[in-house]
Write a protein that binds this ligand. Structure first.
Ligand code: ADP
Length: 640
């Protein structure tokens, strides 16, 4: 009994696009249908390993049949087939994520403008309608007693029928569209074209793709010599593909171009990858891998919905799509696949984590991935900088999360913006450029390089010409604190502790002055009780009047702000030490107010503290009080 159903809305939209596309690269329909056929055989095989009901087989194949009279092309497989409900679910509704991405990216307008866009996505079954005016699917699943057909012209609806079919699997018949002037669909009936298309797109498919072809051999005369221009023709069944997956072909056999194409079709990406690598390892573990870094970060890279991992194959057989045990979190952006003969075929997902071989492969792969990053960094600094902008934060987390144990692996892969350098630099470059009398690596947390340059804490460092790393991401300071040092050089926050920048004589002078000013400083500290932990003479200021710093080894202002941005319940607070520049006119003015027992001293102290807070980017505790004090001063002075 025939049953007619309507397509789901999403599918209908995709169908409309396919049917009406003036797409020049419509030949990819064959790649899509063959890839579905191959997946279906993979599924059968995998299930047959564990499911007694499924007969164990070794006759897997995909077959292409051409009927020139009826103008049909049929693609059959002896894979898993579909039950009645699967037909409805899988072909009546968009199944593939590739198709959905495609719909998201494309508007009908765009499609007309850029006809080549379809080929970049895995658009699946529906691509058949680019070349066919009608599609007939006949299929039998081993889990159903009955076989079914699905027929549609790709407009509104499709029709299901119960049919007779020998053996499990699926056969898809395309009734090719009529040839129009410039639109020739007959090419898909040509043996030659089909063979070329299989070689181009589906060569690595692991099952034989067979087709009857005409083989012509030169006619021989009675002496056994070839007769010129005369041929014997006979029909033979030929396997069109080499069946060697790209990743098993051997490094030298695979071009950069092939890797890119492979990446785009396997990982449903529209753009070329930023980097691809063919990895082949033999030794303690044996595996081949293809690694890719996408040229744009997936939109959900940092959300829970993102599935990190590589596709996993054992002995050439597909096991799973995203094996996360093969990719440490800090390399979550890596895409690719791994195939190893060391893994057992019936390895289950549950067992994977305990698998010793897999662990060894993962360890080896991690080194390879890091090695690829190093190569990129050493080979093309600009490209690496681009990479780092997209994904660098993951590497930083890698150092932080490992409590520093990955420090040696990753320390030279981290890039920093710095005050003195135009382009991002590594710690190695920083240290190499250090001045002779510079003892530590300076850094400052701020929103931008300009913000760091404007910091009062930069006064003396600027004069000395010392470079300062600009930390703009919340993770940065935490990462540095986990690293502890680089090349035995300690890291120093420019608004924390002693900058170690004064000469011996300057230190001595400073110490004398400190003792001399102690009563005054103590008084200011007393006036700011509860607000600051100390008031001291500054060693780092030269032009600026005041600044706020926190104590050596304590939580810094940058950390305080970063923690405030998190969900953490306990918000750490940095201590606030007020530094005054004894050489600034402001210092002398306030000191005079102290010497003359001015009643305004408390208000002045608060004004100084408030401006130090503002400079540091902290909110004022009492903005109205601050405004009132400012106004009082302005009125007194402006009316003079
Ligand atoms: P995708 O293959 O990317 O999931 P498609 O639209 O090409 O998307 O196919 C939708 C679904 O239909 C597949 O996921 C699969 O379950 C089913 N399917 C397609 N072709 C076959 C086939 N030859 N044999 C069995 N199932 C198939």
């Amino acid at each position: 009994m025939a049953e007619t159903k309507k397509f789901k809305t999403e599918s209908k939209r995709l169908l409309d696009l396919m049917v009406n596309s003036i797409y020049t690269n419509r030949e990819i329909f064959l790649r899509e249908l063959i890839s579905n056929a191959s997946d279906a055989i993979d599924k059968y095989h995998l299930l047959s390993l564990t499911d007694e009901k499924l007969e164990k087989r070794s006759d897997y194949e995909i077959h292409l049949y051409v009927d020139k009279k009826k103008r049909t092309l049929t693609i059959t497989d002896n894979g898993i087939g579909m039950t009645h409900d699967e037909l409805v679910d899988h072909l009546g509704t968009i199944a593939s994520s590739g198709s959905r991405d495609f719909l998201d990216k494309i508007s009908d307008e765009n499609l007309k403008k850029d006809a080549n866009i379809i080929g970049q996505f895995g658009v699946g079954f529906y691509s058949a309608f680019m070349v066919a005016k009608k599609v007939l699917v006949e299929t039998k699943s081993p889990f159903s007693d009955k076989a079914y057909s699905f027929a549609s012209d790709g407009t509104e609806s499709y029709t299901l029928n119960e049919i007779q079919k020998d053996g499990v699997g699926t056969s898809i018949t395309l009734f090719l569209r009529d040839n129009k002037d410039e639109d020739k669909y007959d090419e898909f009936l040509s043996e030659y074209t089909l063979e070329e298309l299989v070689k181009k797109y589906s060569d690595y498919i692991r099952y034989p793709i067979k087709m009857e072809v005409t083989e012509s051999t030169p006619k021989l005369d009675k002496d056994g010599k070839e007769i010129e221009n005369e041929f014997d023709e006979k029909k033979v069944i030929k396997t069109l593909n080499s069946m060697i997956p790209l990743w098993r072909k051997g490094k030298k056999e695979v071009s950069e171009e092939e890797l890119k194409e492979f990446y785009k079709s396997k990982f449903n990406d529209y753009d070329d990858p930023m980097r691809s690598a063919y990895v082949s390892v033999e030794g303690l573990v044996t595996y081949n891998a293809l690694l890719f870094i996408p040229s744009h970060a997936p939109y959900n890279l940092y959300s829970e919905s993102y599935e990190r991992g590589l596709k996993l194959y054992a002995k050439g057989v597909f096991i799973m799509d995203a094996c996360k045990d093969l990719v440490p979190t800090y390399l979550r952006f890596m895409k690719g696949l791994v195939d190893s003969d060391d893994l057992s075929l019936n390895i289950s997902r549950e067992m994977l984590q305990q698998d010793k071989q897999l662990k060894k492969i993962a360890d080896s792969l991690e080194k390879k991935m890091v090695g690829e990053l190093e190569k990129m960094k050493n080979g093309d600094a600009d490209k690496y900088a681009e990479f780092f902008k997209l994904y660098g934060v993951n590497l930083k987390y890698g150092i932080y999360e490992s409590f520093g144990s990955r420090k040696d692996t990753l320390k030279d892969l981290i890039l920093f913006t710095s005050v003195n350098q135009e382009k991002p630099i590594t710690l190695k470059q920083y240290v190499e450029a250090m001045a002779k009398d510079q003892k530590v690596i300076y850094y400052a947390s701020a929103k931008s390089k300009d913000a760091v340059k404007a910091m009062p804490q930069m006064d003396k460092l600027k004069k000395a010409g010392f470079d300062v790393l600009v930390l703009t991401e919340d993770i940065d300071e935490f990462m540095l604190s986990m690293m502890g040092d680089y090349d035995s050089k300690l890291f120093k926050n420019i608004n924390q502790g002693d900058l170690e920048i004064l000469s011996k004589e300057e230190e001595e002078k400073y110490n004398l002055l400190k003792d001399e000013k102690k009563p005054f400083l103590d008084k200011i500290k007393e006036l700011l009780t509860g607000k600051v932990s100390d008031v001291v003479l500054s060693k780092r200021l030269s032009d600026s009047a005041v600044c706020l710093v926190s104590g050596e080894g304590n939580v810094s202002f940058g950390m305080e702000k970063a923690i405030a941005n998190t969900q953490a319940e306990e918000k750490a607070k940095a201590d606030r030490i007020l530094e005054l520049n004894p050489n600034h006119a402001l210092f002398q003015a306030i000191e005079k107010a102290y010497d003359t027992n001015s009643a305004n001293l408390g208000e002045y102290a608060n004004l100084i503290y408030s401006q130090a807070l503002l400079i540091e980017g902290f909110p004022l505790e009492n903005p109205v009080e601050f405004a009132n004090s400012m106004n009082k001063l302005l009125i007194e002075n402006a009316s003079k």
